[in-house]
Design a protein around this ligand. Structure first.
Ligand code: GLU
Length: 463
């Protein structure tokens, strides 16, 4: 059997989009599970919209998320000669011809076709004129007028296109530059690609590209068109719904493995399994099981996957992922007496590393502000804070058990529910009502700092 070769062929007109990461991922996984090759091709023929900066962003992000190509990526902008050579072959074999129709002629043609109820398309009028190349001519493919193109899409099944509905595609522009479809087809052949896995928006390009392949005598490719990635309102995912670039998710503190996990589930599932790492995908993914219907990207699923992937890290791994997020807030993770105890207690305090870093701030820095809603809810007066401060001041053994004991005794003696006593102290210690068990929090902050913070809140409420 032929070695499977897949490719991801981004146009560098923006940063790497999460929909693009999914396309790259499925190409990567399909290649790896078939002992094949995964390649990257930069489709940068549109000079106006392409940039080296976006290209770098795409390549760096793919590589850092672990989707490394098996060969050096190629750039279409550097391969003009190859496309010109292919176009010559088409001219020589009579499968392409020069056309000098002016924009006005084409416009008139369209109008007439629309007026007579026909589909507007180029009518092939220059096909048999035997024109030579000039600065006014474009090269067109002589597309078969009858018959069908049948695409056997792995995901979508058989799709039939009528040749009569496809016009003679432009291969070279009047300035002699090759068009997108020609480059795409020639490169798939030159790169030895066997399998095209790409977004559903490319389906209508497929019969056109197959015509070029046929005219050049290239072997057939297999196709899998992936369902669109949609927002929760079922419209195509855009910045309106959520961040769309991979970088933004990383900056929020989602693990690469959780992003991969969530993207793999966009249009694919395996029973009730929810958690997949890249290695699992290589074992379990089946391109034939990808659904046709649009796949909804729901951030709450990413949040959940992230919490699971974070929980699966060892403490050391977790710390090394968290470190940069704390550093952004000028916090050195090691700069705490009980760092490991603290991080262990706080590692599930939020779904993202950024959120966890934020909840850790009170353990490293002074409290900058209090959660006002929590204050309104739990601190109509200072009395409890004042009582507890006194009790804590007199406590000699500063350990979790002793602290818990005096808190408990105070609650029972005064017949108070737990939150009435604990939440005001939490607010004093951390600024909010979020913290691990209160005894632990007091213990880890130490006696002096705990009392100082309770005093600060007493003064704040008093003022
Ligand atoms: N360059 C195209 C894009 O970015 C992909 C073309 C293809 O995969 O065939 O959408």
């Amino acid at each position: 059997m032929k070695k499977i070769v897949t490719r991801f062929a981004p146009s560098p007109t923006g940063t790497l989009h999460i929909g693009g990461v999914r396309t790259a991922l499925f190409n990567y996984v399909y290649a790896k599970q078939n002992d094949g090759l995964f390649l990257i091709r930069i489709e940068d023929t549109d000079k106006e919209r392409s940039s080296k900066e976006f290209e770098k962003n795409i390549l760096d992000n793919l590589s850092s998320i672990g989707l490394n190509p098996d060969k050096k990526p190629i750039n279409q902008s550097e391969r003009n000669e190859i496309y010109i050579k292919a176009s010559k072959q088409l001219i020589e074999s009579g499968k392409a011809y020069w056309c000098d129709c002016s924009p006005e002629t084409l416009d008139e043609m369209r109008k007439e076709q629309i007026a007579s109820g026909k589909k507007p398309m180029y009518d092939g009028r220059s096909r048999n004129l035997g024109l030579e190349q000039s600065e006014k001519t474009v090269l067109r493919l002589a597309t078969p007028e009858d018959g069908d193109i049948v695409v056997n899409d792995i995901i979508r099944g058989e799709i039939i296109f009528k040749n009569s509905e496809l016009d003679d595609l432009i291969l070279l522009r009047s300035d002699g530059s090759p068009t997108y479809h020609l480059c795409n087809v020639v490169d798939d052949f030159e790169q030895g690609v066997t399998s095209v896995i790409r977004g559903e928006d490319h389906i209508s390009n497929t019969p056109r590209q197959i015509h070029i392949q046929n005219a050049l005598g290239y072997p057939q490719l297999e196709y899998a068109h992936l369902p669109l990635v949609l927002g929760t309102d079922k419209k195509r995912l855009s910045k309106r719904h959520a961040a769309t670039s991979l970088e933004e998710y990383r900056e929020e503190g989602y693990l690469d493995s959780a992003i991969i996990n969530t993207l793999a589930r966009l249009g694919w599932s395996k029973g009730d399994n929810e958690i997949f790492y890249l290695d699992d995908l290589i074992k379990d993914f089946n391109i034939k099981e990808v659904q046709k219907a649009g796949a909804i990207f729901d951030i709450t699923k990413l949040d959940w996957a992230n919490s699971q992937h974070l929980a699966n890290l060892s403490l050391d791994e977790f710390k090394s992922h968290l470190r940069p997020f704390l550093l952004k807030n000028d916090i050195d993770i090691e700069n705490h007496r009980y760092v490991d105890l603290l991080i262990n207690a706080m590692r599930s305090s939020d779904n993202t590393l950024k959120g966890i870093a934020k909840s850790l701030e009170p353990y490293y820095k002074n409290i900058k502000s209090y959660d006002n809603r929590a204050i309104d809810k739990f601190l109509s007066d200072n009395n409890i804070l004042i009582d507890i401060k006194e009790l804590l001041l007199n406590l000699e053994d500063w350990d979790v058990d002793s602290i818990d004991r005096i808190l408990k005794t105070y609650q029972t003696d005064n017949n108070l529910p737990v939150p009435k006593v604990n939440q005001p102290i939490r607010i004093a210690l951390t600024g909010s009502t979020k913290s691990p068990s209160l005894g632990f929090t007091l213990c880890i902050l130490g006696k002096d700092l705990s009392i100082k913070r309770i005093e600060e809140l007493i003064n704040f409420i008093g003022s």
